[in-house]
Design a protein around this ligand. Sequence first.
Ligand SMILES: *Cc1c(COP(=O)(O)O)cnc(C)c1O
Length: 416
Amino acid sequence: MEVLFPKELIRQEVSGRRWVPIPGEVREVYRLWRPTPLYRATGLERALKTPAHIYYKYEGVSPPGSHKPNTAVAQAYYNREEGTERLTTETGAGQWGSALAFADMFFDLETIVYMVRVSYEQKPYRRVLMQLYGAKVYPSPSDRTEVGRKILEEDPDNPGSLGIAISEAVEECIRGERTKYSLGSVLNHVLMHQTVIGLEALEQLRELEEYPDKVIGCVGGGSSFSGLFWPFYYEKKTGRSPKPVEFIAVESTACPSLSLGEYLYDHGDSGRIIPLVKMYTLGHEFIPDPIHAGGLRYHGMAPTLSLLVRRGEVEVRVYDQVEVFNAASRFIRAEGFIPAPEPAHAIKAVIDEALRCKETGKEETLLFLLCGHGHFDMKAYDDFLQGRLPPYRYPREKIEESLDRLKKLYPWITKR
Ligand SMILES: *Cc1c(COP(=O)(O)O)cnc(C)c1O
């Protein structure tokens, strides 16, 4: 682990400490956009004619436009403290890469980003954003690493995946001097940094004398949703919640790790460099279909969230991209904000819950995370408006094949 991460982040990864203070220098950067606003969705409530009280915490006000700088800034700080000079990472559509490049600016770190090739080619604007923040950005698979060269030899047109990009970033980290690697989701320390979202939301709702019946968020690797719900989960488990609050994680039919994956040991990366973790997974060879525009494309899931889903403490919903963009479009007309496609998954679940409240006459309080704006996702919105986005489900057979290969590779993972 010490090859990849600074010691303090490893300590946070494995520690049982309940509270970790936010360092002053990190707070100084957070001040640019934190605390983030909590909105009551009065427009959406009116449009749906629901008795539900709908609230959303909006993380799109950060300069890169999502929740991701909450952990990027903390990671950059701890790395600088321990003498790191360069951080390598992967990015899909560019949200994580732009957050890390942004954070590294404040701590004089160099940023190297491996960007999934289809996104690099089809979504140039986030690449430009990363470059404006000073990062070096390479399309993945690339010819800069052994993993990348091997993949390109077998398939020169490989569109790339997060799993492949992670392997490349990790390889470059291992080779480099004073170089560490940085991950934008999944790991415990990343989720912990994101709890600033839930802690603020708890205080903001308290001021309004409200408490959620349901806390809802989209899940790719699980960091933004965990950041929102962990503080409420802690209250529930320690008998402090005034209500039996429930938690709903929302994923995409294009990448259904929690709903159709299996709870197994698997690698977080396609190159199998990263140690095995127990999580819901579609198999580390997963490559998302390019037809899918909704984000949330990671084959695995945070181990902590996987465990809570396994125990039935977090409920899972899954929607296809047409349902999701329809929900986003209703939200835009009612509230004005353009959500990123990822949180639009949460919006779909919220609308369903609010309509259920209308049927039953229940005045529930719903809290969800609007974890990023969609200003860089106009291509996806345009495709939606032109009717070019078909509903899409990742085929069950492909999941089974990929998991069969994983079980053959490590026969012990299926034993109890
Ligand atoms: C990265 C990202 C996600 C998915 O990652 P999580 O770790 O599940 O939060 C969701 N929404 C936005 C806006 C993102 O940038």
